[in-house]
Write a protein that binds this ligand. Structure first.
Ligand code: TXA
Ligand code: MG
Length: 334
């Protein structure tokens, strides 16, 4: 059931969370499948609905930095700086978990992912939750495990069915999931690239950001698992191929009139004498990383829904601002 995000519906959604139910929640990145972070039975419903292994940790969403000490301690200096710089916004921090709280949500790990979303509906919901005793909201992306993240309320419904309560917050502005920085290794480590770039993180905390293969300094602790870091993820049904513009032109030309059931996401529409015909469904890839990130999952989902068997994607430039989009594309193609 999709509800417009007015005050009454936000209050209803907060009560549903307090009562142990699930909720489709808009955020600025992608839609989440939310439950009360400290209600283990409710959190178990998330894993079941997504078909996600229960040892894959979830991100806990909080209304503000005020709730951080309820879930995590100690919070290193550089993490405090990152919260001050980017919260509310599309940045998740992995912090040492307070041992007594949200164990199921954390997939049993002794760390916890925290994020304060900026989407006004997510903010309103998290604020409405506080007086009901819901101090944080666990929410993975609201898709079935391994599939494309949803960026509209309708996407969530098509993934998880008509029974689920979904707050409609419109089209997600960012379009790809939050940047994840692990703050449990004594220095910032990038686990998942997103709209907030490595350079921005470095500038805000004054420390170099390591890649996710950085050595573990916390003794006796396994490296955190991040499903968003599995090689194959964000996959539509159609086969995704990453190609250069030249490659696309050459291969289309070679196929000629035989090109069929082919989706194409590239910067420029191929000409008719380059093999572009009725069998090719073209969507324009935006020239800026921000706009392309916004479009990425909905384009993959739309081409998939139209029944193409292959999606050819022009590989964006290998520059820092495109890191998040390239990461999702590489996983979709894996
Ligand atoms: O933008 C986002 O982050 C969205 C919206 C809904 O907030 N959420 C999202 O959640 O992308 P999910 O579950 O699809 O991806 C969360 C990632 C996973 O790769 C998970 O393994 C990782 O965060 N993660 C969560 N807690 C962790 C922890 N304690 N240690 C390591 N990785 C963690
Ligand atoms: Mg996900």
């Amino acid at each position: 059931m999709i509800l417009s995000a007015n005050e009454a519906h936000v209050a209803q959604a907060a009560q549903a969370l307090r009562d142990g139910q699930l909720l489709g929640l808009p955020t600025e990145t992608v839609y989440g499948l939310a439950a009360n972070a400290t209600d283990d039975a409710a959190v178990a419903k998330i894993f079941l609905a997504k078909g996600r292994p229960s040892d894959h940790p979830l991100i806990v969403h909080v209304a503000s930095v005020v709730q951080v000490p309820l879930f995590a301690a100690p919070v290193p200096d550089f993490a405090q700086k990152l919260m001050a710089a980017f919260w509310p916004g599309p940045l998740t921090l992995i912090l040492p978990r307070k041992s007594c709280v949200a164990a199921a949500s954390a997939g049993g790990q002794d760390s916890i992912g925290l994020r304060c979303p900026s989407h006004p509906v997510a903010q309103a919901l998290l604020q409405a939750c506080l007086p009901l005793g819901v101090l944080g909201v666990s929410a993975p992306s609201a898709n079935r495990f391994g599939r494309v993240s949803p960026t509209t309320a309708a996407h969530v419904q098509s993934e998880l069915g008509p029974e689920l309560l979904i707050l409609d917050g419109g089209d997600c502005e960012v379009g790809i999931e939050s940047t994840i920085i692990d703050c449990t290794r004594g220095e910032p480590v990038l686990l998942r690239p997103g709209q907030i770039t490595r350079a921005q993180v470095e500038a805000a905390c004054g420390q170099a950001v390591r890649g996710k293969d950085a050595p573990q300094v916390v003794s006796g602790q396994a490296a955190p698992r991040a499903s968003g870091t599995l090689e194959s993820h964000y996959a539509p049904r159609a086969k995704v191929r990453l190609m250069t513009a030249q490659d696309i032109t050459a291969k289309l030309k070679a196929l000629g009139p035989h090109a069929n059931n082919l989706g194409l996401w590239s910067a420029e529409r191929p000409a008719a004498d380059e093999g572009f015909g009725a069998g090719v469904l073209w969507r324009q890839q935006a020239a800026t990383a921000e706009q392309a990130a916004h479009d990425l999952f909905s384009v993959l989902r739309e081409l998939d829904a139209r029944g193409v068997t292959q999606i050819w994607v022009q590989l964006p430039p290998d520059t820092p601002e495109w890191e998040g989009v390239r990461d999702r594309l590489q996983r979709a193609a894996a």
